[in-house]
Design a protein around this ligand. Structure first.
Ligand code: NAD
Ligand code: TYD
Length: 344
């Protein structure tokens, strides 16, 4: 792993991963390849050009365009592909699944095919615990069957299956990580934690879906990045690794914690009509990644605290996002919900 392509690297996790690698490995070359959809943002990478001149490049491109993907891998002589590029928000996938199928499924196929043709040394797929579907009891193991329930989760599961097929059929050296909910710097404020933090800072209501008793494993993004880095170096080709804290938090408790950290009243919480097909619980068994020597440095609560602090300190980053396209989406997703919502 000397010359790495990070697709979707202008998004939340990919940009944190690019920075992590450049800081840690002084000899590594990193190429970020990103279409810059609504979720891609060059502000996420703005410190890298100067800090890592000669070792970092950005190319704007779509992972669905085979010729551009191949040309980029050839031109920059890339030996490793890490695929973060995806449409990522469950609520948007419910509104309009089309781009999810294109990017998450077809785009992954295009990257696999280019990696096979150009004989890349490792293809790593960033996947999600959502492919396991709702997990009422116990914890998902990597060998469990996928049972996705949202268009987003189904598209990610489709991609995972194709990645595994390329390993079995063509011998492509692949690895997959299935991460739980990431939080931290540079997360687009459509996802629940940055949405609630930024709304609370502005004394706007926090739209909590349903009874708020759904359970998620909120992990700090840099812990996830460490795990992906480790799997790239020490993971076994063909294998899947779950990544998360292995603990759980209810959405209602996450919401109260955010309000407490910001010194805001719980009257800001609005119970609103639930997400369609809402998975009540995800939980992953993380013994395989632990066996590689990885431990999360932050609990869910610590991750939330660090995240709140970052959004408080970085209004420059999120205020300009919460305009234009974001407002349109917000009205469509929350207008009627907030109108029907009630205080807790
Ligand atoms: P994000 O929405 O912040 O970023 C996605 C990035 O992909 C954006 O920069 C976007 O411009 C780019 N992109 C979208 N379509 C593209 C295309 N066709 N070609 C090239 N680039 C394209 O997402 P994120 O939260 O950083 O998630 C990154 C990856 O991690 C995704 O694959 C997601 O499924 C996975 N994941 C996310 C979480 C989470 O909690 N956020 C948890 C587990 C797994
Ligand atoms: P989200 O951040 O969309 O991640 P995911 O659905 O991929 O886990 O949502 C996290 C949890 O928060 C999920 O149970 C849905 C809930 N949620 C709300 O209650 N209100 C909201 O406005 C959003 C976006 C999510």
């Amino acid at each position: 792993m000397k010359r790495l392509m990070i697709t979707g690297g202008a998004g939340f996790i990919g940009s944190n991963f690019a920075r992590h690698l450049l800081q840690r490995y002084p000899d590594l070359f990193v190429l970020v390849y990103d279409k810059l959809t609504y979720a891609g943002n060059l502000d996420n990478l703005r410190d890298l050009g100067d800090a890592f001149a000669g070792r970092y490049e950005f190319v704007r491109g779509d992972i669905c365009t085979a010729a551009a993907v191949e040309e980029t891998i050839r031109t920059y002589q890339l030996d490793t592909v890490v695929n973060f590029a995806a449409e990522t928000h469950v609520d948007r996938s419910i509104m309009d699944p089309d781009s999810f199928i294109r990017t998450d499924v077809y785009g992954t196929y295009v990257l696999l095919e280019a990696s096979r043709k150009l004989a890349v040394e490792r293809f790593h797929q960033i996947s999600t615990d959502e492919v396991y579907g709702d997990v009422p009891v116990g914890a998902s193991r990597e060998t469990d069957p996928v049972a996705p329930r949202s268009p987003y989760a189904a598209s990610k599961a489709g991609a995972d299956l194709m990645v595994q097929a390329y390993h079995v059929t063509y011998g492509l050296p692949v690895t997959i990580t299935r991460g739980t909910n990431n939080i931290g710097p540079y997360q687009y404020p459509e996802k629940v934690v940055p949405l609630f933090v930024t709304n609370a800072m502005d004394d706007e209501p926090l739209p909590l879906y349903g009874d708020g008793l759904q359970v998620r494993d909120y992990q700090y993004v840099l812990d996830h990045c460490e795990a992906v880095d480790l799997v790239l170096r020490q993971g076994t080709p063909g294998r899947i690794y779950n990544v998360g804290t292995g603990t759980e938090m209810r959405n209602l408790d996450m919401t109260h914690l955010i309000l407490e950290l910001l010194g805001k009243p719980s009257t800001l919480i609005r119970r609103v009509p639930d997400r369609e097909g809402h998975d009540r619980r995800y939980s992953v068994d993380v013994s395989q990644i632990r066996a590689l020597g990885w431990e999360p440095e932050h609990s869910c609560a610590q991750a939330i605290e660090l995240t709140v602090r970052w959004y408080v300190d970085n209004e420059w980053w999120w205020r300009k996002i919460k305009t234009g396209e974001y407002k349109e989406y917000y009205c469509q997703q929350y207008g009627w919900r907030l109108a029907q919502g009630s205080a807790t």
